[in-house]
Design a binder for this molecule. Structure first.
Ligand code: V47
Length: 386
């Protein structure tokens, strides 16, 4: 596994030879290196370098899982300017919704025939629901479906619970773990830089609090994910600063499983008019730089809902080894203008992965491989349908 001589020369020509050599030696690149990589005009050469790292770690294996999403309420007291999903308390009667516990549990249990292995639960910061709503939700799902992995509640929600119900982060996590929590999703990280947070999300958990909750989860043995919402007011050095903070925590804990850059979606939110959706070029370079910079992360995910299936597929040559999953019933991106399907079948995921010359590997929530689908691709799989 080496990068082509063309990519070698292109990186040399762009003054990136020393960074290439650092990566090929298996050493760590610096923040300044990452900014330089972001700024290179030679996307294919950058992609080749990221692909080298991806293939050294995972070969052609490309991970996905069979999952569903559940968003029990969109009522939220926070005022994130990028968010199109949340509704304020005073909009509750019109556009806000809150599922009853029965409704929420039933929705998850009704997916049993699909053979899913994980439910991903994220809510708004609801001003009135008691903590027992959340613990009951998990324990009822856990009791009715013991083998289903529960990935639930962003660090933003956990911080809200700690403040509202007078508990430490550890107490919140322990109560949720007792109820059935397996892992934490990576949402709510946005961009850690205070300049950006002040402007786009100044009334929720800070970067330090987000990171502290993940650190605490890792100490308690709970694996977590990490995201970065890019393509709005942040600068490239602030993207690198974001990844640096994650890399530092990961050096301490080794509890992050995957890094997921999330492309900003501009519709129906307060800042969308000023910032169009990031280009495909930006998406691919961000994924590639993440793969090269986050040398202590096992996985980099192209969340197909955030990128669209075709760009997510292309990303498999730019450092990405995970596409998320079947995702049945997505709301956050669709309310922000996404036109991708509401879900992908396992077969469609296989087709996307195989048509990119990769091998689909179904994983569980902890990235154990459940099945490698390495039979030769049927002829039809060479065509990708939208
Ligand atoms: O926290 C909100 C982001 C996140 C918009 O952990 C937006 O495996 C773009 O975190 N445009 C929720 N992004 C989704 C998320 C996630 C998704 C898939 C997998 C995992 C995982 C986590 O979506 C929010 C926020 O950062 N978001 N609004 C928007 N308009």
């Amino acid at each position: 596994m080496t990068i082509s001589s063309l990519a070698h020369r292109a990186l040399e020509r762009d003054g990136l030879g020393p960074i290439r050599d650092t990566v090929l030696a298996g050493s760590r690149i610096s923040d300044a290196d990452a900014v330089k990589l972001f700024e290179t005009a030679d996307l294919p050469a950058l992609g080749a370098l990221a692909n080298h790292v991806r293939e050294a770690r995972h070969g052609d294996l490309t991970f996905y899982n069979r999952n569903v999403h559940l968003n029990p309420t969109n009522v939220c007291v926070a005022s994130c300017k990028f968010c199109s999903f949340a509704r304020k308390d005073d909009q509750r009667a019109s556009e806000g919704y809150t599922m009853s516990l029965d409704e929420a549990v039933e929705k998850v249990l009704s997916r049993r025939p699909l053979g899913i292995t994980e439910v991903h639960i994220v809510s708004g910061l609801h001003p009135d629901l008691p903590f027992e709503y959340y613990t009951e939700l998990l324990s009822r799902i856990r009791k009715a479906w013991p083998t289903l992995a529960i990935k639930a509640f962003t660090a933003i929600e956990l911080h809200f619970f700690a403040e509202k119900f007078g508990m430490t982060y550890e107490q919140v996590l322990r109560r949720l773990m007792e109820a059935g929590l397996d892992t934490l999703p990576g949402g709510g990280a946005e961009i850690f830089a205070p300049r950006v947070r002040r402007k786009i999300c100044d009334d929720k958990a800070t970067a330090e609090q987000w990171l502290e909750i993940h650190r605490t989860a890792h100490r308690l043995g709970v694996k977590t994910n990490a995201t970065m919402l890019y393509g709005h007011i942040e600068r490239l050095d602030e993207r690198v600063d974001h990844m640096r903070r994650l890399r530092e925590v990961q050096d301490e804990t080794h509890g992050f499983q995957v890094f997921i850059p999330l492309a900003f979606h501009p519709e129906h939110n307060m800042i969308g008019k000023a910032f169009p959706k990031p280009t495909g070029y930006d998406a691919l370079r961000t994924l590639a730089v993440a793969r090269l910079y986050l040398d202590n992360f096992d996985h980099v995910k192209a969340y197909w809902v955030s990128l669209g299936e075709r760009l997510a597929q292309t990303a498999l040559a730019f450092g990405v080894d995970d596409l998320d999953g079947t995702v049945l019933e997505e709301r956050i991106y669709h309310m922000a203008g996404s036109t991708v399907p509401q879900a992908l079948s396992e077969r469609s995921l296989h087709e996307l992965i195989r048509a990119a010359g990769r091998v689909p590997a179904e994983r569980d929530s902890l990235y154990h491989v459940l099945k490698v689908h390495d039979a030769p691709a049927p002829a039809a799989a060479l065509k990708v349908t939208a």
